[in-house]
Design a protein around this ligand. Structure first.
Ligand code: BG6
Length: 468
């Protein structure tokens, strides 16, 4: 539907930017920080940046936040490294780690930037992983304790909390991201998923009890899945994928139930998690205040290939190739794609907003969206018109979604500043601010404002009215 008059972005809309600790901070073992799965899994390949230094944000916090303020950010969504706070996951607290995030949060607040805190973004403490990670039910208690430490420390300063970043991607494509050991059986993955659900529920309850004025929500990656054609079998495959990829996670987080189609899929796989008495009551009791979600691209699927035909493989988190007897991932011929093969679908963003709103009727907060590209620094400038176009197209669709009646709290694109991609190094840049380093050579790590920096500053200053 098109409208003659569009609704404006609401006052107080959280125009922000987003990062995660392990991709931006560096200082991987500084000041008592313990190792995370990312540090020990040896996930990176030769010639691709590892996560030891990243953008060295740990040592550039003041400079970086000043740049965020100059850009006019109203919010900054970042994650707290569990291993800075509790180096081995469930033992001694590391005061230097606690102090670091106080400094960051104080700096943000001094500039009038609202902190949005992700409690856990892919970097599980390695010590917990060695004891079975999320497959071990004891990790639920460790997360509960970690959450309470965060609420006690930062609760007077932070209003918006996100529990777990992209839990669904960790289960569906954890190998590509580097959070899951190759060859992990589905039964183990879905048991881990159940434990993460319990951990999230406990964090939500603790947040509401300890910080009545705070707001907390899940942060999955949600992207509507389209059928390749109007063949009813393709439509059915798309519905299956929507259940398995999207609703399974949000139905549990928001409604406290496991989606029936996804559950039946798990039964077929022999991968249903073991539930203990009281688990489902806990999920039902914990009610999030909003849904945060990451959106990069939609997905298109066809009915599955005949059982005996091999499915082409993919090692990327957004390029789902297919699953035997469930679906076949296909290219959407209506959509262009990025240098890294991700389809660009701004209208899919609006479709996804509508689906989320219709289904859950909770306010929606965008915690990631953006374009990974090969940027070039030339005479101190980066002319990233392609990124501006991507962001403009997506912001226009947010405004249309708001005009549709969807309640949207804010937009925090990935990424506030350049950082290291999950598995494609620093060459795949997303930031408004260029960080001068390459894969192997740290150069001088100097910061440069890209064209998108100035463009976003205008967009924010006009509350989304001037998109250039
Ligand atoms: C999301 C993650 O999946 O996408 C981020 O939450 C990630 O951590 C982002 O960086 C972009 O993906 P990639 O693989 O290009 O870094």
């Amino acid at each position: 539907m098109r409208y003659d008059r569009l609704s404006a972005f609401p006052d107080g809309f959280l125009w922000g930017g987003s990062t995660s600790a392990y991709q931006v901070e560096g200082a991987w073992d500084a000041d008592g920080k313990g190792p995370s799965v990312i540090d020990v899994n040896g996930h990176t390949k030769p010639g691709i940046a590892d996560f030891t230094v990243c953008s060295d944000h740990y040592h550039h916090v003041t400079e970086d936040v000043a740049l965020f303020a100059e850009m006019g950010l109203k919010s900054y969504r970042f994650s707290i490294a569990w291993t800075r706070i509790v180096p081995d996951g469930d033992g001694k607290i590391n005061q230097a780690g606690i102090d670091f995030y106080h400094r960051l949060i104080d700096e943000l607040l001094a500039h009038g930037i609202e902190p949005i805190v992700t409690m856990y973004h892919f970097d599980l403490p390695a010590a917990l992983d060695a004891k079975g990670g999320w497959q071990n039910r004891e990790t639920v208690a460790a997360f509960d304790r970690f959450a309470k430490i965060l609420f006690t420390e930062y609760g007077s300063k932070v209003t918006y909390w996100l529990t777990i970043n992209e839990q669904n991607m960790m289960i569906l494509v954890g190998e590509a991201i580097g959070t899951v050991k190759p060859g992990s059986p589905k039964s183990a993955l879905y048991q881990a998923n159940h434990h993460m659900m319990l951990a999230q529920a406990k964090a939500i309850l603790a947040c509401h009890q300890m910080l009545p004025a705070a707001k907390i929500g899940p942060a999955p990656n949600i992207a509507l899945t389209y059928p390749a054609t109007c063949d009813p079998e393709d439509v059915l495959a798309a519905d299956d994928v929507n259940s398995i990829r999207n609703w399974f996670y949000l139905d549990a987080s928001v409604r406290g139930i496991y989606n029936t189609v996804a559950w039946r899929y798990l039964e077929e796989l022999g991968a249903t998690p073991q539930l203990e008495d009281g688990d489902m009551d806990l999920l039902a009791e914990a009610k999030p205040d909003f849904i945060a979600f990451n959106y990069y691209t939609s997905m298109t699927v066809a009915k599955p290939l005949p059982s005996d035909e091999p499915i082409p493989g993919s090692s990327d988190q957004q390029l789902f190739s297919g699953e035997k007897d469930v679906f076949l991932g296909v290219r959407n011929e209506h959509l262009p794609h990025t240098d890294f093969g991700w389809e660009m679908d701004p209208i899919g963003f609006r479709n996804t907003f509508r689906a989320l709103w219709d289904r859950y009727h909770l306010p929606l907060l965008v915690t990631e969206n953006g374009l990974g590209a090969y940027d070039r620094l030339e005479n101190g400038a980066v002319h990233d018109t392609y990124r501006i176009n991507y962001l403009r197209d997506h912001i226009e669709q947010i405004r249309l979604a708001i005009s549709d009646g969807v309640e949207v709290m804010g937009y925090n694109p990935w990424s506030a500043i350049d950082l290291v991609s999950t598995h494609q190094g620093v060459a795949k840049r997303y930031g408004f601010i260029f960080v001068n380093r390459d894969e192997d050579d740290l150069l001088d790590l100097a910061r440069y404002r890209k064209d998108s920096f100035y463009w976003y500053r205008n967009a924010i200053a006009s509350n989304g009215a001037d998109l250039g």
